[in-house]
Write a protein that binds this ligand. Structure first.
Ligand code: CP
Length: 312
């Protein structure tokens, strides 16, 4: 593996240079090859500790970080907020001080408020990895999405992806669209006017119907979950209406098949809302590959970051 100056934390996509992004992909590939072996472990992080700190629910990201750290021989602790002193009113900074005293080397944090991973990073010597903060960022999701797209399209520059759904509340849309744009991949968006913020990113092409999307000819369709838990108020008339206007079903899958377009989704999937059971079986779905690449990318990021707890 080649070398690049390490950083302490990974908080967002904006601050990553192209060189750093390429470095992560370059290192993720050999980690992925490791998954084919009967012994999937390397000693890279032996003696290091990784703390998984999730203030919001997660299946993929928390388990993916846990698997990634375990495959690198680190010791992993999962800090469950619902059974911690946080529910007794402990402040974030007091929690951080307690965690700092435990001398973890890496803290993986997901929080409902944007900016919390950055605050934690300032108050600890551990490397902090943002596993999703509010509407702000989900950098490792963007990295695994881009790795997956580049695997199927080695000639990825100038290719097109349309992101469909709840752009407004989605940290995934924010980070993934930004990384696609940095890599020279064109990004379009489709969704209800109430869920597609105007002018967030000038580089995103706005669509108002699937017809327009298919005329554009995307190389991949990236569906988002409708984040009902983040919506205060009614952003569209009903789930049935949403599905009819923006959901993926067999007729739209047939159009994707004609185009040869791939299907992506960060998970968790809401079947019957943004996608039908039938459409989930589309042969060009990359959803499982995204999950697999998530482990490889997170291993590459853990390999690259350097906590200030390191003395050498
Ligand atoms: N993609 C994603 O962040 O999924 P989880 O909420 O399950 O971690």
């Amino acid at each position: 593996m080649s070398e690049l100056k390490p950083r302490k934390d990974l908080l967002d996509i904006e601050s990553l240079s192209l060189e750093e992004i390429e470095y992560i992909f370059e290192n993720a590939a050999p980690f992925k090859q490791l998954f084919q072996r009967s012994v999937k472990k390397v000693p890279t992080l032996r003696g290091k500790t990784v703390l998984n700190l999730f203030y919001e629910p997660s299946t993929r990201t928390s388990s993916s970080f846990e698997v990634a750290a375990s495959r690198m021989s680190a010791d992993v602790t999962n800090f469950t907020v619902s059974s911690s002193s946080v529910v007794k009113g402990e402040s974030l900074l007091d929690t951080i001080e307690t965690l700092q005293a435990m001398r973890s080397d890496y803290i993986v944090i997901r929080h409902q408020a944007a900016g919390v991973p950055g605050i934690v990073a300032k108050h600890t010597n551990a490397s902090v990895l943002n596993a999703g903060d509010g509407y702000h960022a989900h950098p490792t999701q963007a990295l695994l999405d881009s790795m997956t797209f580049r695997e199927v399209y080695p000639d990825y520059q100038g290719r097109k992806v349309v992101i469909v759904g709840d752009i407004l509340h989605s940290r995934v849309a924010r980070s993934t669209s930004m990384l696609f744009n940095k890599l020279g991949i064109e990004v379009g968006v489709l969704g209800p006017g109430s869920l597609v913020p105007e002018g967030r990113h000038d580089f995103m092409k706005r669509f108002h119907s699937w017809e327009d999307v298919f005329d554009w000819g995307p190389d991949a369709v990236y569906l988002l979950r409708v984040q009902l838990e983040r919506q205060e108020g009614q952003f569209f008339p009903s789930i049935a209406e949403y599905h009819k206007m923006y959901g993926m079903h067999s007729e739209r899958v047939a159009r994707m098949r004609q185009l040869g377009a791939y299907l992506m989704h960060p998970g968790p999937v809401n079947r019957g809302v943004e996608i039908t059971d039938e459409a989930m079986g589309y042969e060009k779905s990359l959803i499982s590959t995204q999950v697999e690449n998530g482990i490889a990318v997170r291993m590459a990021v853990l390999h690259w970051l350097k906590p200030e707890t390191d003395k050498d």
